[in-house]
Design a protein around this ligand. Structure first.
Ligand code: FE2
Ligand code: FE2
Length: 274
Protein backbone atom coordinates (compact mmCIF):
# COMPACT_ATOMS: atom_id res chain seq x y z
CA UNK A 1 0.00 0.00 0.00
CA UNK A 2 1.33 3.46 -0.88
CA UNK A 3 1.20 4.76 2.69
CA UNK A 4 3.63 2.05 3.79
CA UNK A 5 6.27 3.21 1.31
CA UNK A 6 7.09 6.32 3.34
CA UNK A 7 9.19 5.21 6.26
CA UNK A 8 10.01 7.78 8.94
CA UNK A 9 13.57 7.00 9.98
CA UNK A 10 15.38 8.24 13.02
CA UNK A 11 18.99 8.55 12.01
CA UNK A 12 22.13 8.94 14.06
CA UNK A 13 25.04 10.45 12.15
CA UNK A 14 28.52 11.02 13.41
CA UNK A 15 29.18 14.74 13.14
CA UNK A 16 32.76 15.61 12.09
CA UNK A 17 34.69 17.81 14.50
CA UNK A 18 34.96 21.52 13.77
CA UNK A 19 38.77 21.31 13.59
CA UNK A 20 38.51 18.67 10.85
CA UNK A 21 35.97 20.57 8.75
CA UNK A 22 37.05 21.41 5.24
CA UNK A 23 34.55 23.33 3.12
CA UNK A 24 35.06 21.48 -0.19
CA UNK A 25 33.44 18.33 1.17
CA UNK A 26 31.45 17.32 -1.92
CA UNK A 27 33.82 15.82 -4.51
CA UNK A 28 36.36 18.55 -3.66
CA UNK A 29 34.29 20.87 -5.85
CA UNK A 30 33.58 24.46 -4.79
CA UNK A 31 30.18 25.00 -6.43
CA UNK A 32 28.83 21.60 -5.37
CA UNK A 33 30.16 21.90 -1.82
CA UNK A 34 28.98 25.45 -1.13
CA UNK A 35 25.68 24.64 -2.85
CA UNK A 36 25.12 21.75 -0.43
CA UNK A 37 26.15 23.91 2.52
CA UNK A 38 23.60 26.52 1.45
CA UNK A 39 20.94 23.83 1.07
CA UNK A 40 21.68 22.49 4.56
CA UNK A 41 21.44 25.97 6.07
CA UNK A 42 18.25 26.73 4.17
CA UNK A 43 16.66 23.42 5.25
CA UNK A 44 17.05 24.40 8.91
CA UNK A 45 14.56 27.25 8.33
CA UNK A 46 12.44 25.92 5.49
CA UNK A 47 11.61 22.50 6.89
CA UNK A 48 10.26 23.72 10.28
CA UNK A 49 8.01 25.96 8.15
CA UNK A 50 6.91 22.86 6.19
CA UNK A 51 6.11 21.00 9.38
CA UNK A 52 4.04 23.83 10.89
CA UNK A 53 2.23 24.53 7.61
CA UNK A 54 1.24 20.91 7.03
CA UNK A 55 0.10 20.38 10.59
CA UNK A 56 -2.23 23.38 10.26
CA UNK A 57 -4.18 21.72 7.42
CA UNK A 58 -3.77 18.03 8.02
CA UNK A 59 -7.23 17.59 9.56
CA UNK A 60 -8.79 19.11 6.44
CA UNK A 61 -7.50 16.21 4.30
CA UNK A 62 -10.49 13.96 3.84
CA UNK A 63 -8.73 11.13 2.04
CA UNK A 64 -7.41 8.83 4.76
CA UNK A 65 -4.41 7.51 2.77
CA UNK A 66 -3.34 11.01 1.78
CA UNK A 67 -3.69 12.22 5.37
CA UNK A 68 -1.44 9.38 6.51
CA UNK A 69 1.12 10.24 3.82
CA UNK A 70 1.03 13.92 4.77
CA UNK A 71 1.64 12.91 8.36
CA UNK A 72 4.65 10.88 7.28
CA UNK A 73 5.89 13.72 5.07
CA UNK A 74 6.07 16.22 7.93
CA UNK A 75 7.67 13.65 10.19
CA UNK A 76 10.39 12.98 7.60
CA UNK A 77 10.95 16.73 7.17
CA UNK A 78 11.21 17.14 10.94
CA UNK A 79 14.03 14.59 10.98
CA UNK A 80 15.79 16.33 8.11
CA UNK A 81 16.04 19.75 9.67
CA UNK A 82 17.12 18.37 13.04
CA UNK A 83 20.06 16.60 11.40
CA UNK A 84 20.95 19.66 9.33
CA UNK A 85 20.93 21.80 12.47
CA UNK A 86 23.53 19.43 13.95
CA UNK A 87 25.77 19.56 10.85
CA UNK A 88 25.24 23.32 10.47
CA UNK A 89 27.12 23.92 13.73
CA UNK A 90 30.27 23.16 11.69
CA UNK A 91 29.36 25.82 9.15
CA UNK A 92 28.36 28.44 11.71
CA UNK A 93 31.66 27.87 13.54
CA UNK A 94 33.44 29.25 10.43
CA UNK A 95 31.99 32.72 11.19
CA UNK A 96 31.44 33.64 7.56
CA UNK A 97 30.97 37.42 7.33
CA UNK A 98 27.37 38.37 6.51
CA UNK A 99 26.00 34.85 6.89
CA UNK A 100 24.14 35.55 10.15
CA UNK A 101 22.28 38.42 8.47
CA UNK A 102 21.28 36.22 5.50
CA UNK A 103 19.96 33.57 7.87
CA UNK A 104 18.07 36.13 9.91
CA UNK A 105 16.41 37.38 6.71
CA UNK A 106 15.13 33.97 5.68
CA UNK A 107 14.00 33.27 9.23
CA UNK A 108 11.88 36.43 9.08
CA UNK A 109 10.53 35.47 5.65
CA UNK A 110 9.29 32.09 6.88
CA UNK A 111 7.85 33.65 10.05
CA UNK A 112 5.89 36.10 7.91
CA UNK A 113 4.66 33.30 5.62
CA UNK A 114 3.31 31.60 8.74
CA UNK A 115 1.64 34.64 10.23
CA UNK A 116 0.57 36.69 7.20
CA UNK A 117 -0.18 34.21 4.43
CA UNK A 118 -2.97 31.70 3.78
CA UNK A 119 -2.92 27.92 4.09
CA UNK A 120 -3.23 27.78 0.31
CA UNK A 121 -0.11 29.92 -0.08
CA UNK A 122 1.86 27.72 2.32
CA UNK A 123 0.80 24.39 0.78
CA UNK A 124 1.42 25.72 -2.73
CA UNK A 125 4.82 26.97 -1.55
CA UNK A 126 5.68 23.53 -0.21
CA UNK A 127 4.66 21.76 -3.41
CA UNK A 128 6.62 24.39 -5.37
CA UNK A 129 9.74 23.64 -3.42
CA UNK A 130 9.21 19.87 -3.48
CA UNK A 131 8.80 19.87 -7.25
CA UNK A 132 12.35 21.23 -7.42
CA UNK A 133 13.78 18.93 -4.74
CA UNK A 134 12.39 15.83 -6.44
CA UNK A 135 14.18 16.62 -9.69
CA UNK A 136 17.38 17.64 -7.92
CA UNK A 137 17.33 14.52 -5.73
CA UNK A 138 16.82 12.13 -8.66
CA UNK A 139 19.62 13.83 -10.58
CA UNK A 140 22.16 13.93 -7.77
CA UNK A 141 21.46 10.45 -6.34
CA UNK A 142 21.82 8.98 -9.80
CA UNK A 143 25.12 10.80 -10.33
CA UNK A 144 26.97 8.92 -7.58
CA UNK A 145 28.32 12.23 -6.25
CA UNK A 146 27.95 11.20 -2.61
CA UNK A 147 30.18 8.17 -3.15
CA UNK A 148 32.90 10.20 -4.89
CA UNK A 149 36.35 9.56 -3.40
CA UNK A 150 36.69 13.22 -2.48
CA UNK A 151 33.28 13.47 -0.82
CA UNK A 152 33.41 13.50 2.99
CA UNK A 153 31.44 10.33 3.91
CA UNK A 154 29.65 12.03 6.84
CA UNK A 155 28.18 14.77 4.65
CA UNK A 156 27.69 12.27 1.82
CA UNK A 157 25.48 10.06 4.00
CA UNK A 158 23.54 13.04 5.37
CA UNK A 159 22.58 14.34 1.94
CA UNK A 160 22.06 10.88 0.47
CA UNK A 161 19.54 10.06 3.22
CA UNK A 162 17.79 13.44 3.01
CA UNK A 163 17.43 13.39 -0.76
CA UNK A 164 16.37 9.74 -0.82
CA UNK A 165 13.47 10.66 1.48
CA UNK A 166 12.66 13.61 -0.79
CA UNK A 167 12.24 11.04 -3.59
CA UNK A 168 10.16 8.81 -1.33
CA UNK A 169 7.66 11.54 -0.44
CA UNK A 170 7.77 13.34 -3.81
CA UNK A 171 4.03 12.98 -4.55
CA UNK A 172 2.61 14.06 -1.23
CA UNK A 173 2.75 17.87 -1.25
CA UNK A 174 1.53 17.94 -4.85
CA UNK A 175 -1.38 15.62 -3.97
CA UNK A 176 -2.28 17.63 -0.87
CA UNK A 177 -2.33 20.84 -2.92
CA UNK A 178 -4.53 19.23 -5.61
CA UNK A 179 -6.83 17.70 -2.99
CA UNK A 180 -7.32 20.85 -0.89
CA UNK A 181 -7.09 23.64 -3.46
CA UNK A 182 -6.09 22.76 -7.03
CA UNK A 183 -5.58 25.39 -9.70
CA UNK A 184 -2.78 25.35 -12.24
CA UNK A 185 -1.84 29.04 -12.44
CA UNK A 186 -1.46 29.49 -8.70
CA UNK A 187 0.57 26.29 -8.45
CA UNK A 188 2.89 27.41 -11.25
CA UNK A 189 3.30 30.88 -9.72
CA UNK A 190 4.18 29.39 -6.35
CA UNK A 191 6.78 27.08 -7.95
CA UNK A 192 8.50 30.25 -9.10
CA UNK A 193 8.08 32.08 -5.76
CA UNK A 194 9.37 29.17 -3.65
CA UNK A 195 12.25 28.20 -5.91
CA UNK A 196 13.46 31.76 -6.53
CA UNK A 197 13.53 32.38 -2.78
CA UNK A 198 15.90 29.47 -2.35
CA UNK A 199 17.99 30.24 -5.46
CA UNK A 200 18.64 33.80 -4.22
CA UNK A 201 19.60 32.60 -0.77
CA UNK A 202 21.88 29.92 -2.22
CA UNK A 203 23.59 32.33 -4.56
CA UNK A 204 24.26 34.90 -1.78
CA UNK A 205 25.41 32.20 0.60
CA UNK A 206 27.75 30.57 -1.91
CA UNK A 207 29.33 33.93 -2.81
CA UNK A 208 29.93 34.79 0.85
CA UNK A 209 31.47 31.45 1.73
CA UNK A 210 33.62 30.93 -1.33
CA UNK A 211 35.15 34.42 -1.26
CA UNK A 212 35.84 34.21 2.48
CA UNK A 213 37.46 30.77 2.19
CA UNK A 214 39.54 31.68 -0.84
CA UNK A 215 41.23 34.41 1.19
CA UNK A 216 41.25 32.73 4.62
CA UNK A 217 42.47 29.33 3.41
CA UNK A 218 44.55 30.82 0.56
CA UNK A 219 42.94 28.23 -1.69
CA UNK A 220 41.95 29.14 -5.24
CA UNK A 221 39.92 25.92 -5.48
CA UNK A 222 37.35 27.59 -3.17
CA UNK A 223 36.50 30.06 -5.93
CA UNK A 224 33.24 29.54 -7.82
CA UNK A 225 33.90 30.35 -11.45
CA UNK A 226 31.56 32.21 -13.80
CA UNK A 227 31.19 29.03 -15.82
CA UNK A 228 30.06 27.13 -12.71
CA UNK A 229 27.56 29.90 -11.90
CA UNK A 230 26.12 29.74 -15.41
CA UNK A 231 25.81 25.94 -15.23
CA UNK A 232 24.02 26.17 -11.85
CA UNK A 233 21.59 28.78 -13.18
CA UNK A 234 20.81 26.74 -16.30
CA UNK A 235 20.20 23.62 -14.20
CA UNK A 236 18.00 25.45 -11.69
CA UNK A 237 15.95 27.24 -14.33
CA UNK A 238 15.49 24.02 -16.31
CA UNK A 239 13.99 22.35 -13.25
CA UNK A 240 11.89 25.41 -12.46
CA UNK A 241 10.40 25.55 -15.96
CA UNK A 242 9.65 21.80 -15.89
CA UNK A 243 7.86 22.13 -12.55
CA UNK A 244 5.77 25.02 -13.90
CA UNK A 245 4.48 23.20 -16.99
CA UNK A 246 0.73 22.45 -17.00
CA UNK A 247 1.36 18.70 -17.32
CA UNK A 248 3.84 18.56 -14.45
CA UNK A 249 3.24 15.78 -11.94
CA UNK A 250 5.74 14.05 -9.64
CA UNK A 251 3.82 10.81 -10.28
CA UNK A 252 5.43 10.47 -13.71
CA UNK A 253 8.96 9.88 -12.39
CA UNK A 254 10.38 6.39 -12.64
CA UNK A 255 12.78 5.81 -9.76
CA UNK A 256 15.89 3.84 -10.82
CA UNK A 257 16.49 0.54 -8.96
CA UNK A 258 19.68 1.83 -7.32
CA UNK A 259 17.71 4.65 -5.66
CA UNK A 260 14.96 2.23 -4.64
CA UNK A 261 17.66 0.08 -3.02
CA UNK A 262 18.77 3.05 -0.91
CA UNK A 263 15.43 3.02 0.92
CA UNK A 264 16.19 -0.41 2.29
CA UNK A 265 19.77 0.58 3.12
CA UNK A 266 18.71 3.60 5.19
CA UNK A 267 15.89 1.69 6.88
CA UNK A 268 18.57 -0.73 8.11
CA UNK A 269 20.83 2.16 9.16
CA UNK A 270 18.06 3.91 11.13
CA UNK A 271 18.13 3.79 14.92
CA UNK A 272 14.33 3.47 14.85
CA UNK A 273 11.59 3.60 12.24
CA UNK A 274 7.92 4.37 12.16
FE1 FE2 B 1 13.51 17.42 3.51
FE1 FE2 C 1 10.51 17.23 1.19
Amino acid sequence: MAVQSIVVRNMVFEIPEVKDFQPLYIAGNSALSYGHTALGLYSAYLEPFFVKSLRKVIDQIEDEDLREQADRLWRQEAQHYQKHVEFNTLILAQNYPGLAELLSNIEKDFESYLSDQSDRFRIAYIQGFESYTTQFALQVLDSGLYDHRRTDPAFGELFKWHLLEEVEHRNVAFDVYQHLYGGYFYRARMCRVAQQHMFHFMSDCMNIMSSADEVRLRNKRCRITTKQKVMITINQLGMQVRSMLPGYTPHKYAVPPKIVALSEYFTKQASSIR
